[in-house]
Design a protein around this ligand. Structure first.
Ligand SMILES: Nc1nc2c(c(=O)[nH]1)N[C@H]1C(S)=C(S)[C@@H](COP(=O)(O)O)O[C@H]1N2
Ligand SMILES: [Mo]
Length: 221
């Protein structure tokens, strides 16, 4: 009879899982994933902190303007309808803030910087980009970092219009660098042949800001 079949001895894995459940512990695979996904000195958060200089410009999409100028063959002014007429990109990436929080799996929608470059055509001597924002903020990137995989002008997050406190209607997202490089309320993109440090870069932050190399402050350079 079935009743006589002995319950097998619990396997080592079953015993481990029972212990993890009691301890509320993360399974080994999740811990391993964190170890490869979380840059050094960071901790994971599930909320989305708001960080900026304190002023949140109030810009309705119909009034938003992006001036693209400098060392490019085709300078442009993009309004909201121009942005929407560009090829749209969906991308999922992690945020790493220099103040040590990281937020996984952000769903962004917008226009990739590669598509923007396709349209404005940098000159051969163009090496740097300076981003300008409506609150007076600036931040600098090399052309290569600006053009990196996943870098984009974002107007929606998780399928919703990007919230004003997070830089809506349009911000930059450069996921492979610390988040201070991701200019909120972006209103000008300046292409340059020479580098020009931005707001935090002249105040002691690292010029590049790679979280995997812990390039936090200029004394890490
Ligand atoms: N225009 C503008 N963009 C900005 C900032 C700012 O002060 N003004 N702060 C930067 C910093 S230091 C961080 S950590 C992120 C924070 O973005 P969040 O508020 O959406 O998390 O925006 C970056 N972009
Ligand atoms: Mo930041």
């Amino acid at each position: 009879m079935d009743d006589d079949v002995p319950v097998p001895e619990p396997s080592k894995l079953t015993l481990s899982k029972e212990r993890w459940a009691r301890e509320g512990r993360q399974p080994a695979r999740a811990r391993l994933a964190d170890a490869t996904r979380l840059p050094p000195g960071q901790h994971r958060t599930t909320d989305w902190p708001v960080l900026d200089l304190g002023e949140h410009p109030d810009i309705v999409p119909g009034a938003w303007e992006l001036q693209v100028f400098g060392a490019i063959a085709r300078p442009a002014i993009w309004r909201w309808t121009d942005l929407m007429a560009q090829p749209q990109t969906n991308s999922v990436s992690d945020i790493h803030c220099v103040t040590s929080w990281s937020r996984y799996d952000n769903q962004w929608q917008g226009v990739s910087t590669i598509d923007l470059l396709e349209s404005v055509v940098p000159l051969p001597a163009t090496r740097f980009v300076l981003l300008h924002s409506s609150d007076g903020y600036t931040t600098n990137l090399t052309l290569e970092d600006f053009a990196a995989e996943g870098a984009m002008l974002v107007h929606a997050w998780s399928g919703q219009p990007l919230a004003r406190e997070h830089g809506g209607p349009v911000r930059l997202v450069v996921p492979h660098l610390y988040f201070w490089k991701s200019a909120k309320w972006i209103n000008k993109i300046e292409f340059r042949t020479q580098d020009a440090p931005g707001f935090w870069e002249v105040r002691g932050y690292h010029n590049r800001g790679d979280p995997w190399l812990e390039q936090r402050y200029s004394n890490d350079e």
